[in-house]
Design a protein around this ligand. Structure first.
Ligand code: ZN
Length: 170
């Protein structure tokens, strides 16, 4: 790329390091002409196709802010949200495809969110899967109860104190 300061068409890499999550690499570059330094970030291209047909780069921050809304009033820490964001990004990148739909991203969120907080999971699923009746909620809750009774008795913190939809907004 061109030097952002003088538009010189070349630059020299002076330092290169992988980010902590391993999803990208940062390069410190120096312009051989004006000697100024700048940073570039390289990531595997991952685009999300929205329902409207508009394509935008995958954003972990958007995943986290969407999930944060569903977690309002729930005992979910920012750390846990950050970890969820990382897991979702790793999962969607692991598919190897360069393009995903918002639906694919939503699906990747549901699994980790279910482990994190069941109430937040139900809220998210209700919007994402467009629940439009009490029966939809009831069947989702029944499904969770069933999974819970067949897996473990201990389970994640919080238990299955799933409120009725009317109470979900607190
Ligand atoms: Zn320059």
């Amino acid at each position: 790329m061109h030097c952002p300061f003088c538009r010189h068409p070349d630059s020299r890499v002076v330092d290169s390091r992988t980010t902590d999550d391993g999803c990208s690499i940062r390069r410190r570059r120096q312009c051989p002409d004006c000697s100024r330094r700048f940073t570039t970030v390289e990531t595997a291209s991952l685009m999300v196709i929205k329902r409207s047909g508009v394509t935008e780069p995958f954003s972990r921050d958007k995943v986290i802010s969407g999930v944060r809304k569903a977690c309002q009033g729930r005992p979910v820490t920012e750390d846990a949200l950050a970890q969820l964001g990382q897991r979702v990004e790793e999962a969607v990148r692991a598919t190897g495809s360069a393009e995903l739909s918002t639906h694919d991203v939503g699906l990747a969120i549901l699994g980790p969110l279910k482990e994190l907080d069941l109430v937040a999971y139900l809220r998210f699923a209700s919007v994402y899967q467009a629940f439009d009746s009490l029966e939809d909620f009831e069947s989702a809750v029944a499904e969770l109860r069933e999974q819970r009774s067949t897996t473990d008795a201990g389970g994640p913190a919080g238990g299955l104190e799933v409120p009725a939809p009317a109470a979900a907004a607190d």
